[in-house]
Design a protein around this ligand. Structure first.
Ligand code: APR
Length: 261
């Protein structure tokens, strides 16, 4: 990794428009589990069909709401890691930076990222299942809400506007991504100089199309991941390693090299 990092840093340091595209791997070192890592990934331990589809919520709202509240409690206990902080530093150093994340945690925001584009929604934006999809008009559990515990069943609250059930504000398998988020992400990828793809397996579409749009548009694509992914084929530079270690090193090399501090 050491041999290719200076080249990536030089390109990043000269970039005017940067996209930082992140997946679960950037939050791994904050203790938030990924999805497809062997043994520790959520889908290695849980059945996505039972927990992450509209049908699952309809069939057993208490099981699904309890699982997401357990995940939300884990995120509340987590802290942004140096990978999230380095991402926010890039935004400070390059005003034309757009952070696009597949993650539903709020660690980018808590690291200082101003307006990350959430392609898969957020654990912190529950909404009612009613047609109006009201933003959750209910008393969201306080930050110190007790962790329901792994595998707990928890009755979802009711919407204060229409009385419908409140659901997690995440995009489930089989659901469309928020159109405005996907459009913003695609436009940023199509016009950037450099796209950093960090901590994603690059296998879930349409999100996985974002780095490919950047590659087709002539941007330099730099991957940060300890393991090979299908995105290897479209990357100009592969930085093998953890986001928490590589991103701060990359930022320091880029802006130190480019005279920016
Ligand atoms: N630093 C960087 N990358 C890491 C780290 C780390 N410390 N630890 C793991 N990774 C990498 C893994 O090698 C893997 O390639 O992060 C990637 C995580 O891949 P997934 O678990 O598939 O997560 P992601 O790509 O974000 O999944 C996309 O799938 O289930 C859906 O909605 C869910 O948003 C998610 C989407």
């Amino acid at each position: 990794m050491e041999s290719v990092l200076p080249g990536a840093a030089a390109l990043l340091g000269q970039a005017r428009r940067v996209v930082v595209f992140t997946g679960a791997g950037i939050s791994a070192e904050s203790g938030v589990p990924t999805f497809r890592d062997d043994l520790t990934g959520l889908w290695a331990r849980y059945d996505a069909e039972q927990l992450a589809t509209p049908e699952a919520f309809h069939a057993d709202p208490d099981l699904v709401w309890g699982w997401y509240e357990w995940r939300r409690a884990r995120v509340r206990r987590a802290r942004p890691n140096p990978g999230h902080l380095a991402t926010a530093a890039i935004e400070d150093l390059v005003p034309g930076t757009v952070v696009v994340t597949q993650n539903v945690d709020d660690l980018h925001e808590r690291a200082g990222s101003r307006a990350p584009v959430h392609l898969h929604g957020s654990l912190f934006a529950p909404r009612c299942v009613g047609r109006a999809a009201h933003p959750a008009a209910f008393a969201d559990p306080a930050d110190d809400a007790a962790d329901p515990g792994e595998g707990s069943r928890l009755a979802p609250p009711r919407c204060g506007h229409c009385g419908a059930l409140v659901r997690p504000g995440v995009v489930w398998f089989g659901e469309a991504l928020p159109e405005a988020a996907l459009t913003a992400a695609a436009e940023a990828a199509a016009t950037c100089d450099v796209l950093l793809t960090v901590g994603t397996s690059g296998v879930v579409y349409p999100a996985a199309e974002i780095p490919r749009i950047a590659a087709r548009s002539g941007a330099t694509v730099v991957q940060v991941n300890p393991l090979p992914t299908p995105l290897d084929a479209i990357c100009d530079v592969n930085l093998r390693g953890s986001a928490a270690r590589i991103l701060p090193t990359l930022v320091e090399a880029a802006w130190g090299a480019a005279g920016r501090t």
